[in-house]
Design a protein around this ligand. Structure first.
Ligand code: PEP
Ligand code: MN
Length: 338
């Protein structure tokens, strides 16, 4: 259930309703938008007489929620959420770009990537320290040493750092070094991990599972939001289909579709979405044109030598070209880019 407050409603009225909801055994989330304040009651609605809230002072409207995801739904928030972490901004008129290697490999590699990312005008550095690899024999990441190098690269450049966390036990450690926690495609339905990320105090980039429906993905986001963490970004990174020419199939209709269903920012990953470096710039440009609130793009000083995903990584000059092309599109749409 969503309770929409009058524009003129007072804080004690909002607090009173939130307390009533809590007393009835549900969770109350107060969401303050620019237009109005709404209170989302999350839990078993059968315990509540929806109409009884209509007579509370300050209430404009009471809406039973139809979408199974409540906090993520457009119904609770008509304006779009903007997430800001250091200089990185995504959503509500801002297109934020995260660039960097698939894996952190060395100090020289990650710091040179960070400098190139910054010089091209992007505001966040990606880099995996804990790598979910299909084969147990493939490079598994530098783990905490990799996190330390990411923090060093942030210190050098001021870029926000985004990196993957693979298990609930690692959340505290990764959150100590990173600004944004990435939940990888393979972990989209690891519910204990989602809850831990929800309690981490860090923004979360939630990648879509390759076989997950949009509803399952939004319900996964709901796990994070339900822990009181409003800073969730959804990342389309391609889904599994019969088509084998690209590593995954990148469905860009996801972006405008999600904008109808949720207020959360939508990021696109054209690197994993295509699996070919020669397709990345075109799909990044298409993503911005279709309204993406951000991009996450793999780049490497020498893609041929990369320890993971080199075949889909841009070199520094290709990354710079991608940024220039996407900026023209973002400018034409009246959006802030970088
Ligand atoms: C990655 O970002 O390097 C990664 C492993 O992504 P995904 O979880 O989308 O496969
Ligand atoms: Mn990768």
């Amino acid at each position: 259930m969503i309770i929409v407050m009058e524009k003129s409603s007072l804080d004690p009225q909002i607090e009173h309703i939130a307390n009533q909801i809590t007393e009835l055994g549900l969770k109350a989330h107060v969401i303050r938008g620019t237009e109005r304040t709404v209170i989302a009651a999350v839990g078993d609605e059968r315990k509540i007489k929806v109409e009884s809230f209509e007579s509370f002072p300050g209430v404009a409207e009471v809406l039973p929620i139809l979408a199974p995801y409540k906090m993520a739904s457009r119904e609770v928030r008509t304006d779009q959420t903007q997430i800001q972490v250091l200089n990185f901004k995504a959503g509500n008129g801002a297109v934020g770009v995260m660039g960097g290697p698939c894996s952190v490999e060395s100090e020289e590699q990650i710091v040179s990537c960070a400098r190139a990312v910054k010089a091209s005008g992007a505001t966040a550095l990606r880099g995996g320290a804990y790598k979910p690899r299909t084969s147990p024999y493939a490079f598994q990441g530098m783990k905490e040493d990799g996190l330390k190098l990411l923090a060093l690269a942030r210190q050098e450049t001021g870029l926000a750092v985004v990196t993957e966390v693979m298990s609930p036990e690692d959340v505290e450690l990764v959150a100590k070094y990173a600004d944004i926690l990435q939940i990888g495609a393979r972990n989209m339905q690891n519910y204990r991990l989602l809850e831990a990320a929800g309690r981490s105090g860090r923004a979360v980039l939630l990648k879509r599972g390759p076989s997950a429906t949009i509803e399952e993905w939004l319900l996964a986001a709901e796990y994070i939001l339900n822990e009181g963490n409003p800073d969730v970004m959804l990342c389309e990174r391609g889904i599994r289909t019969f088509e084998a020419h690209t590593r995954f199939t990148l469905p860009l209709a996801t972006v405008p579709y999600l904008h109808r269903k949720t207020h959360l920012p939508v990021i696109v990953d054209p690197s994993h979405g295509t699996g070919h470096s020669y397709l990345v710039t075109d799909m990044a440009a298409a993503s911005v044109a279709v309204g993406a609130d951000g991009l996450i793009v793999e780049m490497h000083p020498n893609p041929e030598k990369a320890l993971s995903d080199g075949y889909q990584s841009l070199d520094f000059s290709q990354f710079d070209g991608m940024m220039k092309r996407c900026k023209v599109i973002a400018d034409a749409m009246g959006k802030q880019f970088g």
